[in-house]
Each structure stands twice: as C-alpha cells, then as structure tokens.
Design a protein around this ligand. Structure first.
Ligand code: F0G
Length: 407
C-alpha cells in the first residue's frame, strides 16, 4: 500500500494518521468512568494499535504503559527552570538533545511496551504459561503482565547477574524464577528448548509481537516531537530487539508519510559485550559473538538473537554502532543521576555513546538527537551509587544541622 512518502501538497495519509493518534492522545484518562476503548487510547502502545496489532479489545492485557517523559536537556532546547538538566547537554556537547525516559513505564523499563503485546497474543492463543530468558527487565515485565492475565510466568535468569530490584520484581509479581549456572546466552538457548519441548509460550524478543509493541517507543517519540523526525536516535544495544523495533517503527512511519525523513540510528554497546560493534566494524561481513563482561548487566549479552533485523536497521538508516567502556557508562550515569533524572547503568550507555559520537564529529553539535534511557535508576541501586550516607548520624537539633551544613 503506502510504499513511498507522498509529495508536497498531495492529500496525505500521514495527516490522517497523525490526526487519529493526536485525538487519542488528547483523551483524558478518567479511570472510574472510562470505557476499555479510552484506556486503549491512553496506552502509549495501544494508541497506535493499527500499526502494532489490530485485535478485538477484550483480549488486550495493558497496565496501561508508555506516555513516558521526553526531556529536553540540550544546551539550547533545555528551557528555563531546567538549568540542572542542561548539564546533560553540556556533557554531550549538543544544542538540541532529548532524553526519552522509558524507565517511567509501569515496571520501570521499556520492556512493558513489548510485553503488553506479547502477553495479549498469548491471551488470544489461550496460553496458560509464558516464559523468557532475561537479564532482569524482560522478566520483571513478563512477571507483571502474566500475573495480570492470570497466566504462569517462568523466567530464566543468569545466576548472580541480575540487579536486585529486577529480581525482586519477578519474585514479588509471582513468577517462577529459574537461575541458570551460565550467562544470558546460555539461558536464552535453554528457554527456546524448554518452550519447544514443553509447549510454553516464548516471550523473548524472538517473538515478533514483542517487537511490534516496542515499535511504540518510536511512534511516541515522533508524536511528542509533533511528527518532526529527529536527526539521530541513540539507544543501548544488547539482544538487539529494541534496535530492530525502533528501526521498524521509523521505516513504517516514513512509508506512511507520518514523517518526511528517516532518523539515523546509533546503537551503543558496552565494550565488554560488543559483538554487534565488532560485526559493524567489518562492514557486517561476519556475525560475531563474544563472552560478555560488563557492569551494565542489562546488556551483558554476547550473542544477540535479533542480529539480522538490527543489521538491516543500521544499514538502511545510515546508522552506526559504537562501543563505550564501563568507566564511560558510569561517568555518563553520574551526569544523568545528578541532573535529577536518573537511570540504570545500561541506559547510560546512550549518553556515553552520544558524547563519544559528538567528540568524533559523527553527530554534529547542532543536530537534533533523541537518546533513550531504557530503565529506571531504582532497578539497580548498587552500581555507580554511593552505598552509604556520608557523615555521622547527628542529633535532631537545629544546631547540629547548622554544624553539618557549615562543614
Ligand atoms: N537497556 C536495558 C535496561 C535493558 O534491560 C536491555 C535489555 C537493553 C537496554 C538492551 O535492549 O536487548 O533490545 O538490545 N534487556 C533484556 C532483558 C535483554 O532481558 O531484560 P535490547
């Protein structure tokens, strides 16, 4: 159908879509009297349902999710009253920078967007049990949505490599957590086999419906920018599901004339978990895998399953793959945290990558850039955060406080 963007002045299918999505975004979420349809319109995923999964409403399993903040943090576009946020733009070296905080989703990461669609499909199929391998965020989202739908959730985790907040979520939401003596890549191989043998519905990003849901991050960013595509979209990359999903969303938005150019996509890997970067550096001549090692446990992945789809996204968007060290990740995280926004370590790879690409002159300092923060700071309260309050416990008196503040 709509294969090329329309020429200027022609009746625009893009305008019709924009109007539909904008009307839905304006529906106020009045919970007590709302119909299911209004709730769907309020979800930052199901608002775009025609482009994601057109399905009768009674099957949809939604919190709802999405509607996450898009923070203007560049030197120029950081408005009055946000001087603290401007520190991020200064660190990046960019005039116009936005950070999309997917940590503001119901379970604290972007995974909710794919999970609402994946669990909805499991619901349609009448699945009783769903499973995934995970570095922690997918499992937290699966556990939440499976419980909402009354299904059993089973999560396969690399033992000792899942941040405490994420593990706590999976357990609290009632999933069966199975710890593997191995890394994420081992867990991934195992869960595929388990799902095949035992007839359990697989909800890793190999599942195409998960990817369809994650496209909504891309649509929502475009809508928040009033359908003006940015020059660059930068995100952390592990299993490469998100790179695939965002790229697909932009491709679709372009084909439907929702936008008039494709943003360039930059996928950022941790240097100790960089198989995609290694392949990219050889012009994708060979699919690489590594034994992954990084303190950003969310992206500690050595053999990403969505390699082929993500490669296509980088190639067709004239994109780039970059790597950043753990020290660069921690430094960027400290900047995001101190600005009052906060994120988990893997998410900070975004800002570390942007800074590096700007310094290298790949991203120009006046280009418009959107970076994705994939998870909330609360997921991992250990890495890169002081573990103790400095100073002694003081008496509860004003004099004692004066003493501390004058130090
Ligand atoms: N950031 C965070 C916080 C993540 O949890 C993940 C992936 C990524 C980035 C990378 O996204 O895999 O689509 O390239 N987490 C998965 C999980 C692997 O199991 O939660 P990707």
């Amino acid at each position: 159908m709509f294969l090329t963007p329309e020429s200027d002045g022609a009746p625009s299918a893009g305008a019709t879509w924009r109007q539909l999505f904008d009307e839905r975004a304006c529906n106020p979420p009045i919970w007590s009297i709302s119909t299911d349809k209004l709730l769907l319109d309020y979800s930052g995923v199901w608002r775009y349902r025609e482009l994601i999964l057109p399905i009768p409403e009674q099957y949809v399993v939604s919190r709802p999710e999405g509607n996450t903040g898009l923070y203007p943090v560049g030197i120029e576009n950081c408005g009055a009253g946000r001087s603290g946020h401007r520190q991020i733009g200064i660190y990046a070296g960019l005039e116009r920078l936005f950070l999309k905080h997917e940590g503001e989703n119901p379970t604290g990461s972007f995974k909710d967007r794919g999970m609402t669609v994946g669990v909805t499909m499991a619901n349609v199929l009448g699945a009783k049990a769903v499973a995934c391998a995970s570095t922690g965020n997918t499992s937290a989202a699966l556990a939440s949505y499976a419980s909402q739908a009354g299904m059993s959730g089973i999560v396969f985790l690399p033992a000792g490599n899942v941040a405490g907040g994420k593990l706590a979520q999976s357990l609290a939401y009632g999933a069966k957590a199975i710890q593997i003596a191995g890394d994420f890549d081992d867990a991934m191989r195992l869960v595929e086999q388990v799902c095949n043998d035992l007839g359990i519905y697989l909800l890793n990003s190999l599942n195409p419906f998960r990817v369809e849901g994650q496209k909504a991050i891309g649509f929502e960013i475009l809508q928040q920018l009033d359908w003006q595509a940015p020059d660059w979209l930068v995100l952390p990359a592990g299993n490469l599901g998100n790179t695939s999903a965002i790229g697909k969303a932009f491709r679709q938005a372009y084909q439907l004339s929702l936008i008039n150019h494709l943003p360039r996509i930059a996928s950022i890997q941790a240097a100790g978990a960089n198989p995609f970067y290694r392949s990219y550096m050889q012009g994708f001549a060979k699919r690489e895998s590594v034994h992954a090692d990084t303190l950003a446990t969310a992206i500690k992945i050595g053999d990403p399953v969505s390699y082929t789809r993500a490669r296509r996204v980088i190639e067709e968007s004239d994109g780039i793959v970059e790597e950043v060290s753990d020290d660069e990740i921690l430094a960027a995280k400290a900047v995001i945290d101190r600005a009052g926004i906060g994120c988990e370590p893997a998410s900070a790879a975004t800002l570390a990558g942007i800074r590096k690409l700007v310094a290298r002159g790949v991203i120009k300092h006046d280009e418009q850039v959107v970076g994705i923060l994939t998870g909330t700071l609360l997921k991992d309260s250990k890495t890169g955060i002081p573990q103790e309050v400095s100073g002694d416990v003081i008496a509860a008196t004003i004099d004692a406080v004066r003493g501390v503040l004058s130090e």
